[in-house]
Write a protein that binds this ligand. Structure first.
Ligand code: ADP
Length: 231
């Protein structure tokens, strides 16, 4: 689903990522973990085609993340990106105009199940509701790959759990591959079966959790160990 070979990305201030080689096989729920500033957002924006690599090669769904492939990728950026002045229903209308593969009936049903008032403006939703709206918009285009940048970072513990529950449910229903970042291992521990550990712009570990944690190692201790080595 995703294959990255020696990917690097330089900004004006220097390299944010360097020599990153990693992959996510189809059907996985992959977690991307690393401290703030490690390069997680940069790596995710490269994956969804919002940024281009400065060096190396990144293939998503068999080629660079561009053109018609983008229709098969759903992205939930940081801080539940919705339009504050638009209502829930207006978001759905906008989504259906912008996405050829938009599943209108599914989107309406999900908004209904979440108990979101279609006439409410996004600015008046709670943080958890805004995150759920952003997730609905990303899923309604029926993506093969869903990428989420710290989707629960700003949520309280209950909203956090509800969001992760609905993500797990949506993934089970759709079979989509998921790549989600967090700076907290605990957000990823429950549902992820694949892990990428990023520290100071480099991939410190990557692979199926069962391989990384062979011998019954604790996930949190493992990640800390990898990041300690990177210091
Ligand atoms: P994370 O998501 O793990 O917090 P980021 O990918 O946001 O990490 O940032 C990685 C590094 O790249 C940081 O040092 C950050 O300051 C830098 N960076 C991120 N975006 C930009 C940008 N648009 N211009 C310049 N530097 C950036």
């Amino acid at each position: 689903m995703i294959e990255a070979r020696d990917v690097g990305r330089r900004y004006r201030g220097g390299w944010a990522l360097r020599g990153c080689t990693w992959e996510v096989p189809a059907g996985r729920m992959a977690g991307l973990v690393g401290p703030n500033g490690a390069g997680k957002s940069t790596l995710l924006q490269l994956t969804v085609g919002l940024l281009r690599p400065t060096e190396g090669e990144l293939r998503v769904l068999g080629g660079p993340p561009a053109g018609p492939r983008l229709a098969r990728i759903g992205f939930v950026g940081q801080d539940a990106p919705v339009h504050r002045s638009l209502t829930v229903a207006e978001h759905l209308r906008l989504g259906s105009r912008l996405n050829r593969t938009w599943d209108r009936a599914w989107a309406r049903r999900r908004i209904d199940e979440l108990g979101l008032d279609p006439h409410r403006r996004a600015a008046r939703l709670s943080g958890g509701q805004r995150a759920q709206l952003a997730l609905t918009l990303a899923l309604a285009k029926r993506p093969d790959l869903l990428v989420l940048d710290e989707p629960v970072a700003a949520l309280d513990p209950l909203a956090r759990r509800e969001f992760l529950d609905s993500l797990a449910q949506a993934r089970a229903d759709s079979g989509a591959t998921v790549l989600m970042s967090s700076h907290l291992v605990s957000d990823l521990a429950r549902d992820c079966d694949h892990l990428i550990v990023l520290g100071r712009g480099r991939v410190r570990a990557a692979g199926p959790l069962t391989d990384l944690l062979a011998g019954g190692r604790d996930l949190e201790a493992y990640v800390l160990e990898q990041l300690e080595e990177a210091r």
